[in-house]
Design a protein around this ligand. Structure first.
Ligand code: AMP
Length: 547
């Protein structure tokens, strides 16, 4: 039975081994991505034991790409996208040119043909959506100016790759001597591709903009959570698939536009939440699928070409991006973040490599180098990011918040959602000194607009707790819905300041017990408070009825 279920076997093996390796990475305090890649190598065809289906793993990874890009689109407006075009368009194009030329140089040195060099260079020039977005998201950078430039850059790269994939068969035909090679052979497919991309964008802006939000609103008004979830997933996956199937646009681009159109709707926050768990699971499968392609023998057989490939991806490409961003008059921090985020390759490179070998223009050696270069650069990326780019926050380093009023003590509030914003409002009215930590960009913006000191980031990060002023805080209010996560934050905070008084929010008996075990003195269980209040209101109205 199991032998006939390659899809189930691939999903289960991918997730289970990724969990085990991710947990190991967590213990060793390295990026979980390294763990997921290793999981892929373990379930891949080049290591003994169980072998998952590479083709299926790649398709599952595509779902991760779609959901990630959809999520990014939800926080992007057309205005955001246009606001970065001045740097993203020339930046991406020049950077692709530089990386392609470097790749062609290496190909020449290795004795490959000109077309092979072109495909190889192009494959090294384009960054992976998943790796870039994960790196930005972990550091809460997607909504910052640098994050927007990086995403805009990615979209331009994406468009160039759509063109490259269309042009490759034409070039291969010419290289193999069975095409005519006239101007029309090259120009016609280019023109058709442009028309298709324009047709897709036009259709989304004219028709999609009306139909898609209306569908989601309708689903929300049915009151069925299931229908709403289905509507969100249908829109994300349906538009991405339709874009690829009808218009030959990439899945990623299709999903981005679907998200962007929904982002204008009031329901975008709920839509984001609904896709989060699936998105995370499939993004993990992306890394597993990359790991599966890795043949460790390349490292032994061809160490020097591999080193040169990695150098082009990690050094050449990012140096080009760094110089371009700087030359546009932007700051060092912005240039470094963008350069670091692009210092890797991924899914597009695999597609190009596969097509190149299929068309007979790319030697198998080149494909292996691309795959090995991808895994090494993805593995290195979190380290590069930590070394050169900033940690959470907009300014490059976390600026501690100013902390006056030591008299009554500082209160740190984690979470500025439905609960946190009510607490903050009252504390502000009472004149207490308050610092908020919130990880999502929209509430951070809202808090700042309301004049509340707010740090953008995850309170699990001791650096963020420190920057908020935990050392001197009299109270730590954990107004987040996840009681177990609140427990972990409490443990970090206690190490920094054992005297701070912790008040935590919980929503289940198990969470209450866990927090009690950790010694949290005050725990507010949402459901119990609601029940108590409803009972007291019942009692009051009954009394009034008797009077
Ligand atoms: P709500 O459940 O509406 O009160 O929202 C809870 C808020 O807490 C959301 O805005 C989350 O983004 C935020 N949040 C959850 N976990 C964390 C965390 N570990 N650090 C910072 N903010 C968080």
């Amino acid at each position: 039975m199991v032998h006939h279920s390659p899809l189930i076997a691939t999903i289960v093996a991918g997730l289970v081994v990724a969990f085990l390796m991710g947990a190991l990475a967590h213990r060793l305090k390295v990026s979980p991505i390294a763990g997921y890649l290793l999981a892929g190598v373990l379930v891949g065809p080049f290591t003994p034991g169980f072998v998952a289906d590479v083709g299926l793993a790649n398709q599952l990874a595509e779902i991760g790409v779609i959901l990630l890009m959809f999520g990014v689109g939800l926080h992007f407006s057309l205005r955001d996208l246009l606001s970065v075009k001045k740097i993203a368009v020339p930046g991406a194009i020049v950077q692709i040119l530089v990386a392609t030329l470097l790749g062609m140089g290496l190909a020449h040195a290795l004795g490959w043909s000109m077309v092979a060099g072109l495909v190889f260079g192009l494959a090294l020039s384009v960054a992976s959506t998943v790796v870039l977005l994960r790196a930005l998201e972990i550091r809460s950078l997607v909504q910052t100016e640098r994050g927007r430039v990086a995403v805009g850059w990615l979209i331009v790269e994406d468009l160039v790759m759509v063109l490259a994939l269309v042009m490759l068969p034409v070039l291969a035909g010419i290289a193999n001597g069975d095409g005519q090679g006239g101007a029309s052979t090259i120009l016609l497919p280019l023109a058709i591709t442009f028309l298709k991309v324009a047709g897709f964008i036009g259709l989304m802006l004219l028709v999609g903009r009306r139909i898609i939000p209306a569908t989601l609103h309708w689903a929300a008004h049915t009151g069925s959570r299931e229908l709403f979830r289905l509507a969100v997933l249908s829109i994300a996956l349906g538009v991405a698939f339709g874009a690829a199937y009808i218009f030959d646009v990439s899945f990623a681009l299709g999903a981005f536009f679907a998200g962007m159109i929904l982002g204008e709707s009031q329901l975008s926050r709920r839509a984001t939440e609904e896709t989060l768990p699936l998105r995370d699971a499939f993004a993990v499968l992306f890394f597993v699928s990359v790991g599966m392609l890795f043949d460790p023998s390349v490292v032994i057989d061809r160490p020097l070409p591999l080193l040169a490939t990695v150098a082009i991806i990690v050094l050449g490409k990012s140096l080009a991006a760094f110089v371009i961003v700087l030359s546009f008059g932007h700051s060092n921090t912005k240039a470094l973040t963008i350069a670091a985020s692009l210092a890797q390759i991924g899914e597009f490179s695999f597609i190009l490599a596969a097509l190149g070998t299929q068309l007979g223009v790319l030697p198998l050696d080149a494909r292996d180098l691309i795959l090995a270069g991808a895994i090494v650069s993805i593995f290195l990326n979190p380290f590069i990011f930590s070394a050169v780019a900033a940690r959470p926050g907009d300014t490059g380093k976390i600026e501690p918040l100013p902390q006056p009023q030591p008299a009554k003590g500082l209160i740190i509030l984690v979470g500025y959602g439905r609960v946190g914003c009510l607490i903050a409002g009252e504390l502000k009215k009472a004149g207490r000194s308050l610092a908020v930590i919130e990880e999502r960009p929209d509430p951070v913006r809202q808090a700042k607009a309301e004049g509340i000191e707010c740090l953008s980031g995850n309170a699990l990060d001791p650096l963020i707790l420190r920057a908020a002023g935990i050392d001197d805080a009299s109270h730590l209010l954990l107004a987040i819905p996840e009681g177990f996560e609140a427990g972990a934050i409490c443990e970090h905070a206690r190490k920094l300041n054992p005297d701070t008084h912790v008040i935590a929010r919980a929503h289940s008996d198990a969470e209450v017990e866990h927090l009690q075990r950790l010694g949290v003195p005050d725990i507010v269980m949402g459901e119990r408070e609601i029940a108590a209040r409803m009972l007291s209101l019942t009692a009051r109205s009954s009394r009034q009825g008797k009077d």
